[in-house]
Design a protein around this ligand. Structure first.
Ligand SMILES: Nc1ncnc2c1ncn2[C@@H]1O[C@H](COP(=O)(O)OP(=O)(O)OP(=O)(O)O)[C@@H](O)[C@H]1O
Ligand SMILES: [Mg+2]
Length: 314
């Protein structure tokens, strides 16, 4: 019983308890799946993060909005993929959506990154840093940030894992690369989405999914570093509407940096709104020996691929 996605972390815990298999503590599962419990616990452990407050109905929103400033971020305590997250300066809209199941955060205006850790026997065997090159659209592995920034982010990651006392598994920690230093976003006790596991496999030359299964079974996986390749995943979603035409797909396939591709829609089909990051209509994985070459290949793919969409009201 192994959880590979956010919605299965808590159910897998309860099923494992029934099956009497190796278990994390319920406290750890809650700290990694409920953003409010997570932040309360990690704030106590001096982890830097943006200001937040429980979003209960009785909240004095006028006072809180003065403290946290606008826009505010209202999000579900338990959810993923950005589902249900509202970023708004409209206090009426926020007020309407206040709920004990949500929290309110100060908006952070900074690029983002994530750290994936492979943990065995309480030790971090391997970490990867992912650059959210275009949030929700392009992920790059590994991030090519300056050494000093990488070290600060890795220190933050190690401090979070230490505070949570994670014994095994793959974790996915998100950070905001703020000017004053990395700010903790959230941590998940499961592999990342956004094809990051595939990118780890492509860049480092070991199968990240196999390594994940090894960790879950209590085995030490073969993980390699340092990496010698860069890889990127381009997640496709042209917006809601009817897909009239796709052009440039052959050009994408002819690009020598493209190593994997999948298109899940056909011309004439209706594409729904992207309610979560995972609701893409296809993706393209690319690999290159150098970061600039990878960026060039990503741009070439983006420039050649065109989706023509008819919006519902047109
Ligand atoms: N306080 C904030 N300031 C700025 N942006 C935010 C904030 N909170 C959330 N976001 C934006 O929304 C995204 C999703 O938020 P968050 O990670 O909290 O929710 P999630 O549902 O777990 O999403 P995911 O599963 O994609 O990580 C963040 O990666 C970020 O881009
Ligand atoms: Mg997140």
């Amino acid at each position: 019983m192994i959880a590979s996605g956010e919605s299965t972390v808590a159910p897998a815990y309860f099923l494992r308890r029934l099956l009497m298999t190796r278990l994390n503590s319920l406290a750890l599962v809650e700290r990694c799946t409920d953003k409010l419990i997570m932040k309360d616990f990690l704030a106590e452990a001096d982890i830097p993060m943006t200001a937040y407050t429980p979003a209960k109905k009785s909240l004095d929103l006028k006072r809180v909005s003065k403290e946290l400033k606008l826009p505010l971020v209202l999000k579900d305590r338990k959810n993923s993929g950005g589902r249900g997250t509202i970023v708004s300066s409209n206090l009426e809209e926020i007020e309407k959506n206040l709920s004990a199941d949500r929290l309110l955060e100060k908006y952070v205006n900074a690029p983002e990154a994530s750290v994936e850790s492979f943990i065995h026997d309480r030790k971090i065997l391997f970490t990867n840093m992912t650059q959210y090159f275009k949030k929700g659209e392009v992920n790059i592995v590994p991030a090519n940030f300056k050494k000093a920034e990488i070290n600060r982010i890795l220190e933050l990651n190690a401090k979070v894992l230490e505070a949570l006392k994670i014994k095994w598994g793959v974790t996915h920690l998100e950070v905001y690369r703020s000017k004053i230093g990395p700010l903790f976003g959230e941590i998940a006790l499961r592999p990342p989405g956004g094809y990051i596991m595939d990118l780890i496999s492509l860049s480092y030359g070991f199968n990240a999914w196999e390594a994940f299964l090894d960790l879950e079974m209590g085995l030490a996986p073969q993980v390699k570093r340092p990496n010698d390749l860069y890889s990127a995943a381009v997640l496709l979603h042209p917006g809601e509407g009817t897909l009239l035409k796709i052009t440039g797909w052959e050009k994408v396939l002819a690009n020598s940096a493209v190593v994997k591709h999948r298109l899940k829609v056909k011309e004439g089909e209706r594409i729904g709104p992207r309610k979560a990051v995972s609701e893409e209509v296809g993706h393209i994985s690319l690999r290159a020996s150098f970061h600039p070459a990878l960026i060039d290949a990503v741009s070439a793919v983006e420039e050649s691929l065109k989706f023509s969409i008819r919006k519902d009201n047109q």
